[in-house]
Design a protein around this ligand. Structure first.
Ligand SMILES: [Zn+2]
Length: 182
């Protein structure tokens, strides 16, 4: 079984858009700013034999702020720059009460089923409590990157940056077989 790393798309793989009041996901290709700094990190994860998934809630689709087609186009462009195995997302809004809107673990569950992932050795990187909650409910390890959006609740590790989070999980991944022996 394969292990995987799930990374929150907005704020890590692409830059969040500052609307003055709050930060949000890019709504169209013209707003898309891909974070190229993570390229070596994603390569390191792949070199360790793990898959990389991008996850995000995209309620802008349910709210009519942008189309599914626009989102697919953005994901195609991101994939041309960053080695992402698959994009997972929730196109619904909170009132839809769907199973895929984080903090529910539907996005993680879907990929686990499709790729037969090893849940106990898969990781979730984000700066938002919703990801840590989803990770906990499915049994993955959460790597919380410090920010104002951390909220409260369970998280397995708190790290100062995505670089530190990837470094930590690669260390854990490399030593998992030893842990079983001792
Ligand atoms: Zn959903």
């Amino acid at each position: 079984m394969k292990s995987a790393v799930f990374i929150e798309r907005d704020g890590f793989l692409v830059k969040r858009i500052n609307d003055g009041q709050h930060e949000r996901a890019p709504h169209r290709v013209e707003e898309l700013q891909i974070n190229q700094d993570v390229l070596p990190l994603l390569r390191d994860i792949h070199d360790a034999g793990m898959l990389v998934f991008a996850t995000s809630n995209q309620p802008g689709i349910a709210r009519g702020e942008f189309s599914r087609r626009e989102l697919d186009l953005m994901h195609t462009l991101i994939r041309q720059k960053l080695p992402i195995d698959q994009f997972l997302f929730c196109p619904h809004d909170e009132v839809d009460d769907c199973p895929c809107r984080k903090p529910k673990p539907g996005q993680f569950r879907e990929a686990t089923f499709e790729h037969r992932l090893d849940i106990n050795h898969s990781y979730v990187i984000s700066d938002q409590w919703q990801d840590a909650a989803a990770a906990q409910s499915i049994g993955m390890t959460s790597m919380m990157v410090e920010s104002k959006q951390n909220g409260t609740g369970h998280r397995d590790f708190v790290l100062p940056s995505i670089e530190a989070a990837v470094s930590k999980l690669l260390h854990l991944h490399a030593h998992q077989s030893e842990l079983f022996v001792h």
